[in-house]
Every structure is written in C-alpha cells, then in structure tokens.
Ligand binder design. Sequence first.
Ligand code: ADP
Length: 409
Amino acid sequence: MSAPTPAAPQRFVLTLNAGSSSLKMGLYGSQSDTPLVVGLADRIGPEGVLKLKSGTGDPLPAPEGDLSTHEQVLTTVIASLRSAYPGLDPAAIGHRVVHGGIQYTQPTLLDDAVIAELERLTPFAPLHQPHNLAGIRAARHAFPGVPQVACFDTAFHRHHPWVNDTFALPRALYDEGVRRYGFHGLSYDYISGALAQQAPHLAAANVVVAHLGNGASMCAIRNGKSVASSMGFSALDGLPMGTRCGQVDPGVLLYLMDQKAMSAAEITELLYKKSGLLGLSGLSNDMRTLEAADTPEAAQAIDYFVFRCRREVGAMAAALGGIDALVFTGGIGENSRLIRERICERLDWMGIELDRQRNARNALVISTELARTTVMVMPTDEELVIARAARMNMRAGRDPQHARCAPYA
Ligand code: ADP
C-alpha cells in the first residue's frame, strides 16, 4: 500500500476495539488527533474481510493475508502498515473494554493482575468482555513489551450517586455487583471534553447527552461528570436501539420463561438481536431505511423511538435538577434532522426550541438564539479517547511507576 500523507511520524499508538468476529483499529501519530489509518476487519475466520481507510476517509488497498483469528488480523495489518511506515512499532496500544466493574474509574495499564480482574468481570458482560480480552491477548502476543491500556465503557459513570447506581433489589445483589453501571462512557467522555473546549460556559452546567446510534443511551452530565445514565446493568436498558429492546418490564421475561419455556439463550437472542427498531418495524434496524420506508410499522418504530428519547430527556433533566444543554451524537444524533426535530418538538416547556435551518444542516448549535436551553450536534470520537489514553502511556513500558492513567483528554 502507498503511504498516506503527511510524512510518517516516528511514534505511533494503535487503538483496538475487538468484537466477536470483528476488529476495529486506528493508527495514530504521537501528535495529531486525526488517525493515519483506520481499519475494520469483519467476519474474522475463513471468510474474513479487511478494509482500510486513511484518516480522511479515502479507501486504502486492503492487504492480502491471513484473517482467520484476531491475532492474524493484527499481524496482517501491521505487516502491511510497516511497508508504508518503515520501522513501525506501536509505542502503546489502547483497547476498548466494555466492563470495568466498580473498581476501574479511569484507563488502566494492563498487566497480568488487571487482565485476571477483567476476566473475573466476564459474567457481567458475557457477550462482549471475552472478545475484548481476546483482542488484548492477541495484541500482547503480537507486541510483547508494548504498554497496553484498557479504556472502559463503564468508567465515566462510576461516580453516580448511590440512587442512580442501584436497583431496588436485596442489598446482597448490589454488593456482588448487580448495579447500574452505564455504558457508552468513552463517547460521553469525548463529548464532555469537546464541550469544555467549544462551549466552556456549558462545561459546569446541566447537560444531557443523547448518544443515538445502533446502540443508544442518554447521560446526565454536570461539571464533566456523569450523574445518571439510561443504561444500567447491561447495555440493554433505557432507550430502544437498532436491535435491542431498551427498558422492558422484567415481568415480560418471567412470562417468556414460564409460559413460553424460552431458554436464557433464546431470550438473549430476542432482547439483543430481534427487538428495538428491527422488532417493531419488522423491516430494519437502520434508521435511514425506516425514515425512507412507507409502512405503518416503520412509522410506529420511529414514533416509539422518538417518544422514549423525549421521555428520557425529561428523566435526565430531573436527575440533574434542570437542563442547560442537550447534545445529540451517534449516527442518528449526528445525522438525522428528522429524529432531532421530532424529539425536540414537544420539549418547548424545557426551553428547547430548534432553529429548523440550523438543524437541517447539522450545525453545531441547532437551537434558536433566544432559546433557554442550547441544543447542539457534536460528532463523537470514541477511538480518539482510547488513542489519547494510550498516548499518555507510551513511556510506561511495563513499569507501573510510569503509568499515567489520569484523565483522558
Ligand atoms: P454504532 O452504534 O454501531 O456505532 P452508529 O453510531 O454508526 O452505530 O449509528 C448507526 C445508525 O445511524 C443507523 O441506524 C443509521 O441508519 C443511522 N444514521 C446514519 N446516518 C443517518 C442519516 N443521515 N439519517 C438517519 N439516520 C442515520
């Protein structure tokens, strides 16, 4: 492959986000926040597909090579990158890890003890944690001695007041870890940092961030800290999503088990893969497809999504005791004029009033000049949060004395 411009810097950090059969990668220089290369390997195995793009989105030739395991994908990608950036050796590697339990409140340098702790948390996120750990193992094997940092989706929410951290279940369950962890923390961390730069007067205010993508949640933030999240013990709770149900009465699950004899695996499949926009529309999990469709079911799926989002803005504002700004992010939040408009149209009582033209062009501020509550659209960048945390640890080596895991930005 040919080297993307500008000239290759000397030191690199690599970000990895490992799923069951996918691996997202980002290669960053030591200074710039724009990635040099981003990669997505999908269907890892005999049918694996690998796509690479430059940081500006131009497709790069996909390298030939073995894509049968996460480790092979890494080896293939790095071999190809080395021909573009001679001498390439990542100075640090950052990993997205879905669950950091109650103990990890910031990015953490990985060693055997931390990895054992993360393994112990697998029962709390059985669908994701094992794949994140597989990515970590693959990277440690491919790059022995390179500092590796775990960045947790749960960490940003770890300072919730107790009432937002618990369920009304017997205390023993709370004590063993059945809590409202909250997720999408890397996205909220990014938005919170970007807000502090772009609208500093709002940084200390009451802000509700709506991360609306295939996964969707909301977060109440004050002074850059998460106060409440719509997601709870798992990434199922709260808003309806592409294929996930969002909040559902637990009595429904009892009914499915007792009356329909569904197994845990079947219920898992139903709640994670067959519900949400897909389940309601019977058509698609993709908002663009639903917006373009003309079936009553697609319209109802959108109605439900909008209704639950609007309801959650109210709940988050109540948790904060007011709202000064509402920020939309994620694929739907950043791009769908229609969904933003519909969520906001009955929130005028909260001081929310959209400027239609600004909204139509996805402007940074989409509220009117005189609106009491500022409404904004901000693209999120979870990979950059990971890259920054990795960058801070470039010199850490295996010596925890040099570990610098304090704030992300
Ligand atoms: P993920 O949670 O997998 O990262 P994204 O944040 O990329 O997902 O969001 C994907 C969602 O964003 C899809 O439902 C897609 O239809 C929606 N989306 C992207 N662009 C638009 C658009 N222009 N209008 C409406 N929806 C959009």
